[in-house]
Design a protein around this ligand. Structure first.
Ligand SMILES: [Zn+2]
Ligand SMILES: [Zn+2]
Length: 130
């Protein structure tokens, strides 16, 4: 049985669900992810587009990457939570921002990508207090 995952935005207006896609879970440090999230990287959980459902209220922003391919960012128009990313070059998949999952622990990232644009301050400091 395939695990069904659900999640949504901070205010609860936009909800989504879907099953995991056969694709790596990646931490992306590209500039698009940095600017969209306002943080150092995005945690990208791949879901299968065929099983994916999301509230009609979700707004979508379209952008063009350096390679010329289009990508799409889905967000809540009320609270502004970033929820989804889709890419023309990765048809059939919807990436949800992992912390928007109801169970964020379902996300187990395997690698970082676009590390060349990673910010010098974007590294693990959770243990630095110890
Ligand atoms: Zn919201
Ligand atoms: Zn990115």
């Amino acid at each position: 049985m395939t695990e069904h995952l659900s999640g949504g935005c901070k205010c609860g207006l936009v909800r989504y669900s879907g099953t995991p896609a056969e694709f790596p879970m990646v931490r992306c440090h590209c500039r698009d992810c940095q600017q969209l999230t306002g943080t150092g990287h995005a945690e990208m959980m791949p879901l299968d587009e065929a099983t994916f459902k999301i509230s009609d209220a979700c707004k979508v922003f379209e952008m063009t990457g350096d390679s010329g391919g289009r990508s799409f960012s889905g967000f809540c128009p009320d609270c502004g939570s970033q929820l989804t990313r889709r890419f023309d070059v990765l048809a059939g998949k919807v990436f949800v921002h992992a912390a928007s999952l109801d169970d964020p622990a379902a996300y187990t990232p395997s690698r970082s990508i676009f590390t060349g644009s990673a910010q010098p301050w974007d590294h693990d400091i959770i243990d630095a207090k110890a």
